[in-house]
Design a protein around this ligand. Structure first.
Ligand code: CO
Ligand code: CO
Length: 303
């Protein structure tokens, strides 16, 4: 528990590393099938963030039997099965409890064969930071919940495409590009996870705000006040760990909580083209958003 890695690692007698993780979330979209896909991609992501590939999954469900029909659960599971198939990860079983609020997710077991797992304590000075998905899903979720965004608006559809996308490709590209360390961007937002990452590695991350990719229209929504409550909590919790100038709106963007966000990897600068090539037709982008500096006063410096 020294630093919050994405998953637990168990060294097996063979020398391979077993990766064990669990994650469940409350609905963030209205469509049950899409929610199942997002929850599943989100649960599997921590295995990829450790540099592994998933082997098996167990389903965990808290279901409000009194307020929702079972058909909803059926659809959610069907959506998640599509993603598990894509991940080549069989579902072995699961457990359901009756609860007032619907929550859905998986415990996923993965493996790293031969090599080392990635961890957040190994970012090397001189390496660059690459991010494999745009940020802004917290703003989108808030926009949906508050009725500001329609389910079929281009922004919502784009964010959905991103949230259902497995981080498998980013993990493979990271291996090809000799990544030293990695995490996935989730509830603490890009800046929160980056700060944890830098602290664990005993370095400072320089983050280039203009290089950070967002879904089209996110900055405008933030300026108009569509902000996830968690973004403010994240920012106030991490304020003291961030150097450089950060406007109110930049802070709310960089701390926007992500659901099924992208991978943030530290790779040698000379490997950026290898990384991009390995991702080739990955539509969500692979952006160099900063670099790893020797340790300074702050975990993160925004430029
Ligand atoms: Co994670
Ligand atoms: Co997680």
């Amino acid at each position: 528990m020294e630093h919050p890695d994405d998953a637990a690692v168990y060294r097996m007698p063979s020398g391979d590393r077993m990766i064990v993780t669990v994650d469940l979330i409350a609905p963030i979209v209205n469509d049950p099938r899409t929610f199942g896909k997002v929850a599943c991609a989100n649960s599997v992501s921590d295995v990829y963030a450790m540099g592994g590939r998933p082997l098996t999954a167990l389903n965990i469900v808290c279901f409000p039997t009194k307020s929702l029909p079972y058909e909803v659960l059926h659809e959610v599971i069907a959506g998640s099965m599509e993603i598990l198939r894509e991940a080549n990860c069989p579902l072995l079983g699961g457990h359901t409890v009756a609860d007032e609020e619907f929550k859905f997710g998986f415990s996923v077991t993965g493996i790293v064969e031969g090599g080392e797992t990635w961890s957040i304590d190994r970012a090397q000075v001189g390496h660059v930071l690459v991010l494999t998905k745009p940020i802004g899903t917290g703003v989108v979720n808030k926009g949906i919940k508050s009725g500001k965004l329609e389910d079929d608006s281009p922004l919502v559809l784009e964010a959905m495409r991103s949230m259902v996308a497995l981080n498998a490709r980013g993990a493979v590209a990271g291996r090809a590009a000799k990544a030293s360390a990695c995490t996935d961007i989730t509830g603490f937002g890009l800046a929160g996870h980056a700060a944890q990452f830098a602290k664990a590695s005993k370095v400072t991350f320089e983050l280039h705000r203009d290089a950070v990719p967002t879904f089209e229209g996110i900055r405008k929504l933030i300026a108009g006040g569509t902000v996830a409550g968690r973004a403010k909590e994240n920012w106030s919790a991490y304020k003291g760990r961030i150097g450089g100038e950060l406007s109110e709106n930049d802070g709310l963007l960089l701390f926007d909580p992500q659901t099924s966000g992208g991978l943030l990897l530290a790779i040698p600068e000379s490997e950026v083209s290898t990384f991009k090539k390995a991702l080739s037709d990955w539509e969500l982008g692979a952006h160099v958003i900063g670099r790893v500096l020797p340790r300074q006063a702050h975990d993160l410096v925004v430029k």
